[in-house]
Design a protein around this ligand. Structure first.
Ligand code: XBP
Ligand code: MG
Length: 263
């Protein structure tokens, strides 16, 4: 660890996956849900717009139940469909991981660079996500390589906690597994449900928005950016103070964490 890293109380970076590490929702999860519906001979099709509304509920199984309850006329609900949700969801996971293995879904700008720098500087890494564990390992191995799964000492995912985001449970689980307190960590999120979850666990949170989340309420974020950015591909600051930086690196993460801790 270099001296700056030694001075900070910050010990670990905790990343959300969908929307934060990668833009997985529109061209990944949504497509896989539609492929599963087709495989089961159903006439459901989630458009880009409808899927945006469905993202109000996290978790694929929970999202299908929400669709049944809130989007369909009662007389259009196929017989026995609710019982079929786990099976449908398993098919969706199969389609989704296949899509990832084709390399169709890259990481967002700056993600690989920040993770590499964090590792070099001795920060501990974890994942806190709502998505199925297989989806996380598939995304990591097809973007950062098979070994990258081991860079994250905790992969807190899916049904490991019963209450998904916006509940704080998944972040609390990760903190507990790492035996770290919230003020020793920082979270990376992209959505309102995500930041409710991370700040619910008292974590300082950096937001990178995407098309589905740009109108969300990020009042409690320590900074809101359009992306992490790269040298030569600057981020835009939507809210907060980036101290003249043009991309998110560990020094800026440390600074944001210190500012939040002194508030
Ligand atoms: C991610 C989700 C997930 C994925 C689908 O939210 O809401 O439900 O859309 O994954 P977050 P599964 O980024 O806030 O964790 O189908 O595997 O549940
Ligand atoms: Mg997310």
């Amino acid at each position: 660890m270099n001296t700056e890293t030694n001075k900070t109380k910050l010990k670990a970076f905790i990343f959300d996956v969908d929307g934060t590490l990668s833009d997985t929702e529109r061209d990944g999860h949504r497509v896989a849900f539609n492929q599963a519906f087709e495989e089961f001979g159903m006439d459901w099709h989630w458009s880009v717009e409808t899927y945006g509304e469905l993202l109000a509920v996290t978790g694929g199984k929970e999202r299908m139940k929400f669709y049944l309850d809130k989007f369909l006329d009662k007389d259009k609900i196929p017989q026995g469909i609710e019982e079929k949700i786990p099976e449908l969801h398993a098919a969706k996971t199969r389609h989704y991981t296949k899509l990832l293995s084709s390399g169709a879904i890259p990481l967002r700008p700056g993600v690989e660079r920040l993770i590499d720098e964090a590792r070099q500087r001795g920060f501990r890494l974890a994942i806190a996500t709502t998505t199925t564990p297989e989806n996380v390992t598939a995304l990591l191995s097809h973007t950062l390589g098979e070994d990258s799964i081991n860079w994250f000492e905790v992969i807190a995912a899916g049904d490991i906690v019963p209450a998904k985001k916006p509940g704080p449970d998944i972040y609390e689980y990760a903190l507990n597994e790492m035996k770290l307190s919230a003020d020793e960590c920082i979270a990376f999120e992209d959505s309102e449900n995500g930041i409710k979850s991370s700040t619910g666990a008292s974590l300082c949170t950096i937001i990178t928005i995407n098309d589905y989340t740009k109108e969300h309420d990020f009042t409690d974020a320590c900074i809101v950016l359009d992306q992490m950015g790269e040298p030569g591909q600057p981020f835009s600051v939507i809210a907060g103070d980036a101290s003249n930086a043009s991309y998110l690196d560990c020094d800026l993460v440390i600074k944001l964490h210190q500012q939040a801790s002194s508030r």
